[in-house]
Ligand binder design. Sequence first.
Ligand SMILES: CC(C)(COP(=O)(O)OP(=O)(O)OC[C@H]1O[C@@H](n2cnc3c(N)ncnc32)[C@H](O)[C@@H]1OP(=O)(O)O)[C@@H](O)C(=O)NCCC(=O)NCCS
Length: 157
Amino acid sequence: MKTTLRTPVKTDYDAIATWISDEKACSRWAGLSLPFPFIAENLPELLAVEGCTNYCLSDIDNNCVGFGQFWPGKQSAVHIGRIIIAPEARGNGAGRLLCEKLITKARQSTGASTVTLRVYRDNHAARSLYSSLGFFIIESESTDDVLFMSAAANHDA
Ligand SMILES: CC(C)(COP(=O)(O)OP(=O)(O)OC[C@H]1O[C@@H](n2cnc3c(N)ncnc32)[C@H](O)[C@@H]1OP(=O)(O)O)[C@@H](O)C(=O)NCCC(=O)NCCS
């Protein structure tokens, strides 16, 4: 699959908004800070985290098929979040490509030695993806619902 990371534009946020079908999908993707329903044009503001950089994964026709962010994490780590692939594009390796490319960008932009993320314990697809990319669970930073995971940034992702 030929894909690139690029800065999202308004029409990308419009597309991303159509991928979120209900409150559960919304919180799984973006956490409880993103209300559902939301207005697509407000997404950049609603998803803003201090110091964050947003990217969409673009296919060969320049369509947005995925989205993710990174921002400064704890103890000089870089934190990735809001990872999502268009429902019709899932199961074909796009999520792995998105994470690999986002981690590379995050490492290059920040020089961080560690990458962290949070994922719901019952989000098996995402957990499996993150484990296969070298992320491991830090229980002391996790809650009953949400796992905190960490990986060496120079992992060969
Ligand atoms: C999680 C998500 C990004 C995965 O994207 P994807 O394009 O389907 O993933 P890929 O096809 O690249 O698969 C990568 C790995 O993810 C795991 N995976 C993907 N779909 C899975 C499923 N239905 N069940 C279990 N594992 C799955 C597998 O480990 C897979 O590796 P493999 O192909 O070697 O078995 C996608 O399901 C998604 O957008 N989910 C909704 C938003 C979300 O939950 N984001 C996570 C926020 S923390």
